[in-house]
Design a protein around this ligand. Sequence first.
Ligand code: PLP
Length: 377
Amino acid sequence: MAIFNVPLTELQQRRTIKWRRFEPDVLPMFVAEMDAHLAAPVRERLERALAMGDTGYPQLPDYQEAFADFAQWMWGWSIEPKQFKLATDVVTGMREAVLGLTAPGDAVVINPPIYPPFRMVSPDRHLVEVPLGDDGRLDLDGLAEAFARPETTAYLLCSPHNPAGTIHTVDELTEVARLASEHGVAVISDEIHAPLAGSAHTPYLQVPGAANALVVTSASKSWNLAAVKAALVIGEHELLRKLAGTMQDGASYFGILAHSEALSEGRAWLAQAQLEIDANKRLFADLLAARLPQLSHEPSEGTYLAWLDCSALGLENPGAHFHEVGRVRFNLGSEFSPAHQQFVRVNLATSPAIIEEAVDRMARSLDGAPLGRSANG
Ligand SMILES: Cc1ncc(COP(=O)(O)O)c(C=O)c1O
């Protein structure tokens, strides 16, 4: 059964940010939520708990065990129970990692354009920006320079990268690990998009030479479970001990149940989601080539998000134009870096019909044709 074929009328009844933030006639393709049917094992697990009134506090290391099993299966990555710590969600885990491993006044390196909370997880820390190259890849020379600064103590890696969708290669990550160890920089790697990227992704802690590093991850992105919060921070026990003891208190029992079930029993769903997302990426690129040939676009590898350069359109603010005139909403490039106002980030975890409608709205917003409400809209 298809995962991304939820009818628009049904999606419009959802009350999440995606479906409630903007005007009802605007097709929402911004925030990283999926327009998906929930994986049946996850739904059944939560329904079972609800039916039993099983709605209290968590106790057992279900999430840790399920992730360890998944990581072994997907990446051949062995993780010991003592290498895990629970967190409320990935952003909280990243923030606690920065607080635990750095001191006020330290410098923390990021790679813009970047998922906006990366700028906010470092209170009292100075951000050093090493932009990705135009090809979306890490600038290793830039990282070497930034790591060499005496005040630099941490690097926030986004792997796979949001918004660029880049999957970092083992060679790139090995060089990051070498530089980090040479300059005593802690690497905090956000791997929330990794399960969906599958075996093409390399967990940072598996990279030769990686040390003094934490991976922060969750099943929430790959199985669309942001509503039921939980996440994991993974690394050497001595490093985890530097993180706040209260950090684990935020993971909810339902989050732990849902994420564990997804990792253990939601693997067929994940494989199907990967297939449909790959087809959606191809469809989007083909539709752009046919309807908006000015926008050359190569699908990203690592996420369900397309990072689209719209500068060829000659618009002052393409994202605002598509919203106001086209009635389709993407994330604005400027959310990820001030230098990327000409970009939009498009969420392709949706149905092919919605992707077709979105490209149609984009094209019609540019050729001045009236934007009637079509069958999908
Ligand atoms: C790279 C990245 N990190 C973290 C998050 C948010 O994760 P959480 O809801 O677990 O805080 C997202 C959400 O899209 C993301 O793309």
